[in-house]
Design a binder for this molecule. Structure first.
Ligand code: SAM
Ligand code: SF4
Ligand code: SF4
Length: 358
């Protein structure tokens, strides 16, 4: 393929890389394997019941792997398994093994709430999972129960302990930082991370999907997080990285590294190389995208790999998404209202964060 404005060659691997309208490559794919979850985190699934994706529409592991092969032919080399709660999907290690047969995927990660990790972490590691991120927002059992509406804090801690001992290439702990909820735990979480061998990343609270309780005053900003941490630890050094990763990383005086994903106050859309595949095969080019592309239908209708590739390439080449920046641009006019009305969420579960994987 000749080099042009919308594809370039990845020098190391002589692989074509698809570029969107802002020149952003298609590099990272988040694959949701289920929309179901065993928690009800208030910022993600505030309701008890949802309209679930029909089971027959869920992609099989073989279908996910076929799609992954098309994505990697366009430059994807990182895959993150997510959900809903990904560990609720049966036999997940066999999906990891399938993905590992694709040599272009150099990094397979998973984001999980950790409840089922104790049972599954070793088989996931054996299957070839490189990295694990466990979401944990508090170290207080009572707060955990209030936030998640479930009493499974002990299982999460046990899961974290198991992951820390297995020796994955990378282990992170993701915490949604919320004013009035866990803003007094930032230091404790870093100390916990040190103890269990996980790098803590604070995520700014986002107003995506079903996060209908969101309000800007609940967002603990990157600046405030840094201020609180430096009041305790002293000088915090930013780490300068040539990276497309969403987190800004920092070093404490004792060398401990942590990250902040400042999606709300400092959106990083200009370097966003991620897209999302839902469990039923809808492809979204942005966390905030209201419309996605159905990849399941052409796949099940027998489209060839080359046809799927052309579809993905031309879609990515037309990508104009920069959702978090656009949400922020509404603020001066005070018009950052609810992102999606509840009625619309009920009609289209794909708009929910738990369907598109965060
Ligand atoms: N269930 C798994 C978990 O919680 O790790 C994976 C899916 S969850 C949707 C992925 C990530 O999205 C989690 O780290 C979660 O904390 C984050 N998340 C969900 N809703 C959010 C919100 N409104 N703002 C910021 N992060 C959110
Ligand atoms: Fe919480 Fe993840 Fe479940 Fe959402 S999908 S409710 S963030 S555990
Ligand atoms: Fe990427 Fe959309 Fe998130 Fe911006 S809002 S960083 S474009 S996924």
């Amino acid at each position: 393929m000749s080099e042009n404005l919308t594809t370039k060659m990845n020098a190391e691997e002589s692989m074509p890389v698809a570029l969107d309208t802002f020149g952003r490559p298609l590099r990272a794919l988040r694959v949701s394997v289920t929309d179901r979850c065993n928690l009800r985190c208030q910022y993600c699934m505030p309701e008890e019941e949802y309209v679930w994706l029909p089971r027959e529409t869920l992609l099989s592991f073989e279908e996910i792997s076929r799609l992954a092969n098309v994505f990697t032919s366009l430059g994807v080399d990182k895959v993150r398994i997510t959900g809903g709660e990904p560990l609720l999907r049966k036999n997940l290690p066999s999906l990891i093994s399938l993905l590992r047969t694709n040599a272009k995927i150099t990094d397979i990660a998973m984001t999980t709430n950790g409840i089922l990790l104790t049972e599954q972490a070793q088989s996931l590691y054996d299957a070839g999972l490189h990295r694990v991120t466990v979401s944990l927002d508090t170290l207080h059992a009572d707060r955990f129960k209030t936030l998640t509406k479930r009493d499974t804090f002990a299982q999460v801690l046990e899961g974290i302990d198991t992951v820390g001992r297995i020796g994955f290439q990378d282990f992170k702990i993701d915490t949604v930082a919320m004013r009035g909820f866990n803003d007094d735990e930032l230091v404790d979480l870093i100390e916990f991370g040190k103890k269990v061998g996980g790098e803590v990343r604070y995520i700014e609270y986002m107003d995506v999907g079903g996060a209908n309780d969101w309000s800007s005053d609940k967002v603990l900003s990157c600046a405030e997080i840094l201020q609180k941490l430096s009041a305790h630890y002293g000088l915090i050094e930013p780490i300068i990285e040539d990276s497309w990763a969403p987190a800004n990383r920092f070093r404490l005086p004792d060398g401990t590294i942590f990250g902040i994903i400042a999606s709300t106050t400092l959106p990083f859309c200009s370097t966003c190389d991620r897209s999302r595949l839902t469990a039923d095969g809808m492809w979204y080019l942005c966390l905030y995208a209201k419309i996605g592309m159905d990849l399941r239908k052409p796949l099940r209708d027998g489209a060839t790999e080359e046809e799927m590739r052309a579809l993905l390439l031309s879609t990515w080449q037309h990508r104009v998404d920069r959702g978090a920046e656009q949400r922020k641009e509404l603020e001066p006019a005070n018009s950052r209202g609810r992102f999606v009305e509840i009625e619309r969420l009920r009609q289209d579960p794909h708009l929910e964060m738990h369907a598109r994987g965060g």
